[in-house]
Design a protein around this ligand. Structure first.
Ligand SMILES: [Zn+2]
Length: 364
């Protein structure tokens, strides 16, 4: 058996904390970097090919200085960027300013380091081909690592980003595909909405294909010059179609976000049975009224869909949309007094056909 040498020539990451950076930040960032290095090593066998310097600075002024010296920005660019960004990755290294929100520092460290890992495997700067995926992927990956380390759950992260774009003007995902489009949107839309939108899209991809898929995309870039094809190869859906469907689903999610006093009744998981032998598993998305449904029949038949739940008193009306079999269904039902079960009828929209029955248990 061949034994790999213990000391591989692996690049060195130097963490530099400028004077004035609180110890607490030092601990958080060091942990973020270690966890990210471990994630890329364990999941993909990847270490950075070049030595890297990460500089943590105490304030915006020091941030602007570092952007000039490390990232070769002119003074005007540096001051502007320092005012609005929570971290920067450039060929000279990574600069992270201490932020008011200390809890975010763990995410920022992993986000920025992830850009280095994205760049390490992408041929000729192609990591920027789908800009929203590069940026959103970096935050969503940080979310996966944070979830694994018990820092914050993915659900909490999802809800946090939903809150950031709620009732705000938000650019369509399609406009954030290019580097130019991403930067133009940051100028055009007030408030911090571009990164949250990009992160939500990446979290949605990860929800469908797993957290590792976000990096597999970058690993796959060398297989084809067309990044849209690589996207399809990695995520099993066309880029255009995903951008369009995500827009619709996000709109539904935002529209149906329930105030917390109403969320209890919807529960978290529904186990359903209906006529014709189908059994459904409905899983709620955060505190929205959107559920992901999977119906199975016998061993081999499986249909997926998205449910929009409307509750009024003890009555429920449910729209089943985006079904993988291309069909749509409407359900109505009455919730039992103890709120644990629901039963009613369902039909294809517009049909007057036979009355079909369904029932479900609601788990909280
Ligand atoms: Zn970034």
């Amino acid at each position: 058996m061949m034994v790999a040498p213990l000391m591989e020539a692996s690049a060195k990451v130097s963490l530099i904390f400028e004077p004035g950076v609180p110890d607490k930040v030092n601990v958080t960032i060091t942990r973020g970097i270690k966890e990210a290095e471990r994630f890329y090593k364990d999941s993909f066998g990847i270490t950075l090919p070049k030595d890297l310097e990460i500089v943590v600075v105490p304030d915006k002024a020091a941030y602007a200085n570092a952007l000039q010296s490390m990232c070769k920005k002119n003074e005007e660019q540096a001051v502007k960027e320092a005012a609005r960004s929570g971290g920067t990755t450039c060929s000279g290294g990574i600069v992270i300013p201490v932020s008011k929100n200390m809890d975010r520092m763990f995410f920022v460290a992993i986000h920025e380091l992830t850009h280095k890992y994205q760049g390490a495997v992408s041929p000729s700067n192609r990591e920027r081909d789908i800009m929203w995926l590069m940026e959103g992927g970096a935050t969503a990956t940080a979310g996966y690592i944070a979830d694994r380390c018990g820092v914050e759950t993915l659900q909490e992260l999802w809800n946090e980003y939903l809150d950031k774009i709620r009732s705000k003007q938000v650019p369509p995902l399609r406009d954030l595909r290019t580097f130019k489009g991403h930067n133009a949107a940051r100028e055009k839309y007030p408030g911090d909405v571009v990164y949250p939108k990009e992160s939500l899209a990446a979290l949605e991809l990860a929800r469908r294909k797993g957290g590792n898929s976000l990096y597999h995309y970058f690993l796959n870039l060398k297989k084809d010059n067309d990044s849209a094809k690589v996207f399809e190869m990695t995520f099993g859906t066309k880029l255009d179609a995903f951008e369009r469907d995500f827009e619709t689903e996000l709109e539904w999610t935002l529209r149906t976000l329930e105030p917390s006093y109403r969320t209890e009744r919807l529960g978290r998981v529904w186990r359903e049975k209906e006529d014709k032998g189908w059994e459904g598993l409905y899983t709620r998305r955060g505190n929205s009224s959107l559920f992901d449904a999977i119906w199975t029949r016998k061993e081999s038949e499986k249909v997926k869909g998205v449910l929009i739940m409307h509750l009024s008193g003890n009555k429920a009306f449910i729209e089943s949309r985006q079904q993988s079999n291309g069909r749509e269904l409407d359900y109505e039902g009455t919730i039992s007094e103890d709120s644990r079960t629901i039963s009613g009828t369902f039909w294809p929209p517009g049909s007057t056909g036979p009355i079909l029955r369904w029932e479900a248990t609601i788990e909280r």
